[in-house]
Design a protein around this ligand. Sequence first.
Ligand SMILES: [Zn+2]
Ligand SMILES: [Zn+2]
Length: 136
Amino acid sequence: MEQYTVDELEDALKVVKMLIPQRYECLACYLNRMLSHGCTGLKWCTTYRDLRAPRATALERKFPALGGHCDCEVMMNVFRANEAFWPREAENPSDDSYVPPCHKVRLGTIKPCELWVMRTGIQWGAGVFRAETKCA
Ligand SMILES: [Zn+2]
Ligand SMILES: [Zn+2]
């Protein structure tokens, strides 16, 4: 059997590290990061859950009920940015892709950090929640 070189293993490890939640990174920040790798059902949600919050077993039932049938729909329908913590465009006109670093959460929760607000079944904002957005 072919052996891997140390370099190959180190490169592989870098890839794996990018794909797993950082310590204390919240689900929303993790999902936001992972969606650049594409959306395949609730893959990133369940990866996070299995690694960081194994007791959050209701996730697969709860998120679709809130309009999150897959990872990108969770980002569109279940979490929303808590605007107070995001730089306004005017302050940062050159870089609209800037994402603040995660404010961190304790291990074992699927709740987002302060950067996000989580839909809990109660309507958001002024009693109106935007219509569900479907995965393309
Ligand atoms: Zn999707
Ligand atoms: Zn976060």
